[in-house]
Design a protein around this ligand. Structure first.
Ligand SMILES: NC(=O)c1ccc[n+]([C@@H]2O[C@H](COP(=O)([O-])OP(=O)(O)OC[C@H]3O[C@@H](n4cnc5c(N)ncnc54)[C@H](O)[C@@H]3O)[C@@H](O)[C@H]2O)c1
Length: 362
């Protein structure tokens, strides 16, 4: 798109994620937020007024038909990403989808196909790779300081953080999976990004559901307390997953994620083991704002520990800006959602391995 007129933007889904996209569009230049869709009338009014979106719909299909959008963000329950994205792409609208791309890779592939068929941008938003610590670590990895990275461990473990216990998040049909699908995918994305996008050759994974089926481990209470939802809560996904992955680079990635587990506090971490150095990145924990990025190597024969300067975090707003730049670029072919699809293929392989109780080959 070579013209520089303001792009007309819409957001479907007005929960936490939808609001982050609105903040991003509001901060970007040359964009008019014109339309919102969602099922909560109060949120439509609140966010519509706050961000100047005059067109507000309960029916998402009406947004695509009537709002004359150039770009749309899809911030709805995961299994709705594909039908909404495909309809938008078929209507000639560029799409920014929340992570995970879809409830499985077969559906994600259909989104990619629709982007290609309509020559439109399809982008999947992974905000956590845009954190300041991750950016600093990426710079260090790319500088070659750590040498060849042959082993990586990544995890997002919550003590008591099942989102919406009993809601769409915990049902297979709407979410497609539990923490592996929801937060493990962020760590998979960060690890792949840091390791320069190796392919995963094999996966051996396990999943467990020890908290959710008992109605405990919800985001509103301590792990030891009832969430208030009750014992009969519908919980069809896992609440902890582990995965051992062989990479085509010869390396190994160990990935774990949990929504609830008996641990002292939440932790998001990545450990990299390289031939010439190593790094530990920790986010969250106790206190919640705790962060750490340590790098170890050797300088002139002396052991050296480096604590790099941390650039500002970009989050959703940076991802929205990148998406808009892709839309305005002349190279739409490079932006058809393939990275999101690659993540979905690995997540699917993890669930397949856990179900079959053996290693699977991608
Ligand atoms: N990147 C992140 O850090 C991050 C964080 C949270 C959620 N997410 C992702 O964002 C997506 C939404 O999550 P959330 O926490 O905002 O969920 P949410 O339940 O808070 O909001 C979902 C929104 O979708 C709307 N919706 C549902 N069905 C609809 C329909 N048929 N038509 C129109 N609107 C409909 C609801 O009305 C609601 O506004 C999920 O895919 C989730 O994985 C990403």
């Amino acid at each position: 798109m070579s013209d520089t007129r303001n792009l007309r933007a819409g957001v479907i889904g007005v929960g936490w994620a939808g609001e982050q996209h609105l903040i991003g569009y509001a901060a970007a230049g040359n964009v008019d937020i014109v339309a919102l869709a969602g099922m909560e009338a109060d949120r439509l009014e609140l966010l519509g007024n706050a961000y100047g979106a005059d067109l507000r719909y309960a029916d998402w299909e009406q947004v695509l038909d009537e709002a004359d959008l150039d770009v749309v963000s899809i911030c709805t329950p995961t299994a709705l990403h594909a039908p909404m994205a495909i309809a938008a792409l078929n209507a000639g609208i560029h799409v920014l989808s929340e992570k995970p791309m879809a409830e499985n890779a077969v559906t994600a592939q259909k989104m990619v196909d629709a982007a290609i068929a309509n020559d439109k941008v399809l982008d999947v938003l992974f905000n956590h790779r845009r954190g300041g610590q991750v950016k600093a670590l990426k710079k260090i990895v790319d500088s070659g300081l750590l040498g060849r990275i042959y082993y990586a461990k990544a995890g997002w473990l919550r003590r008591s953080g099942i989102p919406g216990l009993g809601s769409w998040f915990t049902k297979m049909k709407t979410a497609g999976g539990g923490p592996m699908m929801d937060i493990g995918v962020h760590m998979l994305d960060m690890a792949m990004h840091l390791l320069d996008e190796p392919s995963v050759s094999t996966v051996s994974a396990t999943t467990y559901a020890e908290f959710g089926p008992r109605g405990i481990g919800g985001a509103t209470g301590l792990g030891s307390q009832k969430s208030g939802v009750g014992d009969s809560v519908e919980f069809e996904v896992e609440d902890l997953s582990t995965a051992f992955m062989r990479l085509d680079s010869g390396g190994t990635l160990l990935l774990e994620s949990s929504w609830a587990s008996w641990i002292p506090h939440d932790l998001i971490y990545i450990n990299l083991y390289g031939s010439d150095g190593g790094a530990t990145l920790e986010l969250g924990g106790s206190p919640a704002t705790y962060t750490k990025l340590d790098v170890w190597t050797e300088v002139s024969g002396f052991p050296a520990e480096i604590q790099p300067d941390i650039p500002p975090s970009g989050g959703h707003s940076e991802a929205v800006l990148d998406f808009l730049a892709k839309v305005r670029s002349d190279n739409h072919d490079a932006h058809r959602g393939h990275e999101g699809l690659a993540r979905s293929l690995v997540v699917d392989a993890c669930y397949a391995s856990a179900a079959k109780q053996r290693e699977v080959t991608l």
